[in-house]
Design a protein around this ligand. Structure first.
Ligand code: SF4
Length: 250
């Protein structure tokens, strides 16, 4: 389940009950298929490229600098083809590509711009003090009646200072309010796993600065859901809700 649906079922109990009632044996396979098909293949490809590029850049930073990536992306913008070096830089994700494989000039340009922006923030915030892991998986976090698993885009650990910095990467230019539920839950999950560390989190998307969030912010929002304080769903949650007779719709 992605952050959007998770944020909805966490925010409105009525929405959750309606959602759960549609998961009977007859139609659950169909629903799951529909949920997983919410973005087009080209959007998914673009999202994967975006994640792979930033993650490879961060985790290989000691051996490969920004210029190495941008040079190859600039060549791809002109030729609309992958280069051998770019395939190598993003290895093993695109090992099946060859220098004849198509790469749209627009995608290469977007990636080059995104990587440059991300790199500026990375150095501005001295993020090189952390050792980075990508796609860190966390299992079995108990949240109310759910058990959650997380697959976190970037987790930086500073063993000396006992600090952890987690970053969720989003390809969209504009922020979505539901992203924060995902980030905050990941921060709580990390805190459970790394009890004695100070956890920080941030969401980064190409149109944004890196706004750093501390654990108390995450705990306050998730806590307010447990306490039932968060009772007024915001309009994006009501938008595609099937509880047509709901009087609280915004
Ligand atoms: S319309 Fe909005 S408030 Fe009403 S059940 Fe749906 S999500 Fe909740």
């Amino acid at each position: 389940m992605g952050p959007e649906r998770l944020s909805k079922i966490m925010t409105c109990e009525r929405y959750f009950n309606n959602f759960r009632s549609t998961f009977n044996e007859d139609n659950s396979a169909q629903r799951t298929h529909k949920i997983n098909k919410s973005s087009t293949d080209s959007e998914k490809e673009f999202g994967k490229f975006f994640h792979n590029l930033i993650q490879c850049y961060v985790t290989n930073l000691s051996q490969r600098n920004l210029e190495t990536y941008t040079r190859e992306l600039l060549i791809s913008q002109n030729t609309e083809r992958w280069t051998d070096k770019l395939i190598h830089l993003l290895s093993p994700h695109y090992n099946k590509k060859t220098s004849d494989s198509f790469l749209s000039s627009g995608d290469a340009e977007n990636m080059e711009r995104s990587l440059n922006t991300f790199s500026e923030l990375y150095h501005h915030h001295n993020l090189d003090q952390f050792s980075w892991e990508c796609e860190l998986e966390i299992y079995g976090f108990k949240f109310d009646c759910f058990s959650l698993n997380g697959d976190i885009d970037l987790v930086g650990i500073n063993e000396t200072e006992k600090r952890i910095f987690t970053i969720e990467l989003k390809k969209a230019q504009k922020p979505y309010p539901q992203w924060k539920y995902q980030l905050y839950l990941y921060m709580l999950m990390l805190q459970e796993k790394y009890e004695h560390y100070t956890i920080f989190g941030a969401i980064w998307h190409p149109g944004a600065k890196l706004k750093v969030v501390r654990m108390d912010t995450a705990k306050t929002l998730i806590g307010s859901i447990f306490d039932g304080d968060e009772t007024n769903p915001i309009s994006y949650i009501c938008e595609d809700c099937k509880v047509w007779d709901c009087e609280d719709r915004k």
